[in-house]
Design a protein around this ligand. Structure first.
Ligand code: HEC
Length: 260
């Protein structure tokens, strides 16, 4: 019996059962068993584990806090509230800042006019008229506001060169933007027009009178109101006060304000 037991190939390493049992709790043995277990990695498995609640909570706190932050520091998203000179703790000065008309005009120009009149303002000969040192730009600003509000089409002459194309209206721009872009092309050195500025008030006046007009202006129409376009117009010598001959109502009012 005991013989047959001894023949039993157990344990597999050939040691007698006794030896095996004796060495069972020896350091070396334990070590071997554990290291072979440690080599085995856990089987990866597909699973779904929900985001830990602590993160969900953190996100909610963050969202809440950013809402509060926006309400406190957004300045109502007003364009004039940003003040790089303000120091923390000092009272916020939110009086509107004066707008640099030339800087604003330069921006409006590059966003709206360069596609046709080009970035240097010289246009494309025969297609888009130049704005550099030309009679139109130096003429009555009221006429230019009309062109901006309703566009310009049909045959025109700019410094004696004929054009027959159409300019899109820009009535969607604000009074200030229109005033700024006209001021820019009339007074910026690179445009060589050496004229004077156009105010948002003038744009508002013209918009009130002519803003509803949807047809583009033509040169004959403008000349009927403002006299020939020569570039020589100035508020003092204004050939035929601009409003005398116009057929719209409200002439008297406009003529009065013209004086100022
Ligand atoms: C879609 C092209 C186009 C855009 C954009 C455009 N214009 Fe014009 N502009 C024209 C054309 C074309 C004429 C001449 C119209 C005609 O032939 O009747 C003109 C004429 C003018 C004139 C009178 C003629 C002259 O040369 O002085 C002025 C002033 C003017 N544009 C200013 C502007 C300003 C300022 C902007 C930007 C706010 C602008 N234009 C954007 C095409 C354009």
């Amino acid at each position: 019996m005991s013989d047959s037991q001894n023949n039993n190939p157990y344990p597999p390493d050939g040691k007698s059962r006794d030896t095996y049992e004796k060495t069972r709790f020896e350091d070396k043995h334990l070590h071997e068993v554990h290291s072979s277990l440690l080599r085995e990695k856990e089987e990866p498995s597909e699973n779904f584990s929900p985001m830990p609640l602590i993160f969900v909570g953190l996100f909610m706190v963050l969202a809440f806090w950013s809402g509060i932050y926006l309400v406190w520091y957004s300045g109502d998203f007003g364009p004039f509230h940003y003040d790089e000179t303000a120091k923390p703790g000092e009272a916020i000065d939110d009086t509107p800042r004066e707008v640099d008309m030339l800087a604003l005009g330069r921006r409006v120009y590059s966003q709206n006019c360069v596609a046709c009149h080009q970035s240097n303002g010289r246009g494309i000969s025969g297609v888009y008229p130049s704005l550099v040192n030309v009679d139109w730009v130096q003429d009555n600003p009221e006429m230019l506001v009309k062109v901006m509000l309703s566009g310009l089409a049909g045959p025109i002459e700019v410094n004696g060169s004929p054009y027959n194309n159409a300019m899109t209206p820009f009535g969607r721009l604000s009074d200030q933007q229109i005033a700024a872009v006209l001021t820019f092309i009339r007074t910026d050195d690179s445009f060589e027009n050496d004229s004077y500025e156009v105010t948002p008030e003038l744009v508002a006046e013209v918009r009130e009178q002519y803003g509803s007009r949807t047809d583009p202006w033509t040169q004959p129409e403008l000349e009927e109101i403002h006299g020939p376009i020569t570039g020589g117009w100035s508020p003092s010598n204004g050939n035929s006060s601009s409003n005398d001959e116009n057929d719209d109502s409200g002439d008297g009012e406009a003529a009065e304000t013209e004086e100022s």
